[in-house]
Design a protein around this ligand. Structure first.
Ligand SMILES: [Zn+2]
Length: 119
């Protein structure tokens, strides 16, 4: 299940970041931007994150905040920009052609890690 792999990658990245800080710290929240085109199920990802974080001492209290980015594309023929989804089979509603260039939707980035210093 790829949500588990993604959750693990996020936790590893947070741990790396914390290890580079001068003070012992815990992560209290992480913001992750996820593109719809990645086919990530937000609920599965949250569930996997919450299960896995127990194995990471500095992330036990870390909340995962997901920001979903819709899939937008420029079509192949008319260069129209549109919202691509399974509902329109990812085709352009203006001319019916397929995705030429993906404008957004492939994001999978940590945008923010909130840290609290250990006393
Ligand atoms: Zn078009």
């Amino acid at each position: 299940m790829h949500e588990t792999a993604i959750a693990k990658a996020i936790l590893d990245r947070i741990t790396d970041r914390l290890n580079n800080l001068h003070h012992a710290s815990n992560a209290t929240a992480v913001e992750v931007r996820v593109g719809e085109f990645r086919n990530v199920d937000p609920e599965s990802l949250s569930f996997a994150f919450d299960s896995l974080k127990k194995e990471y001492p500095t992330c036990i209290a870390c909340a995962l905040n997901l920001e979903l980015i819709e899939t937008r594309a420029l079509c192949k023929d008319g260069r129209h920009e549109y919202k691509a989804s399974a509902d329109n089979a990812y085709r352009c509603p203006n001319c019916g052609s397929a995705i030429g260039t993906l404008v957004s939707g492939k994001e999978l980035d940590i945008t923010k890690i909130v840290v609290s210093q250990n006393k």
